[in-house]
Design a protein around this ligand. Structure first.
Ligand code: MN
Length: 143
């Protein structure tokens, strides 16, 4: 499977995001931001649910995962590590962008170590969300 950067698809079909986030307010904010620009969003309430949805989709059909770090059942770091493990079998690599409410020192390193591709701090804005789609994403504010 040939990988395309998320931004390369903007001119064509709407992008499809998997949003793993347990907080309803944050879910609504992210969904509104993405739908406003024509993207589609599927919401999972925790990391385990996100993995179920990814598995059901055969690890295809999503352009990126927006992954909250702190979630019940399975947090974003665990879920990312599990997804990366499963991708050894599927030979895919979905971009995973971490979302965290506290820009603590070491957060970014932990997210990257878990296999995430980018990092944004909450509350997210469209600008930081798109910046987080590049691996150079870095925390710019705390929440
Ligand atoms: Mn959370």
């Amino acid at each position: 499977m040939v990988e395309q950067p998320v931004e390369a698809k903007r001119a064509g079909a709407p992008r499809r995001f998997l949003l793993a986030e347990d907080n309803v307010v944050n879910q609504q904010l992210a969904v509104r931001l993405l739908e406003r620009q024509g993207d589609q969003v599927i919401v999972a309430n925790n990391g385990r649910k996100a993995i179920v949805l990814l598995t059901q989709a055969g690890f295809q059909g999503f352009d990126a995962v927006l992954m909250d770090v702190q979630m019940p059942e399975m947090d974003g770091l665990e879920a990312t590590a599990e997804i990366r493990k499963m991708e050894l079998q599927t030979h895919t690599h979905i971009p995973i962008i971490a979302m965290t409410a506290h820009a603590m020192k070491g957060d970014r390193e932990r997210c990257i170590a878990a296999g995430m591709d980018g990092y944004v701090s909450k509350p997210i804005s469209l600008a930081t969300l798109m910046a987080g789609n590049r691996s150079s994403g870095s925390p710019t504010r705390s929440a």
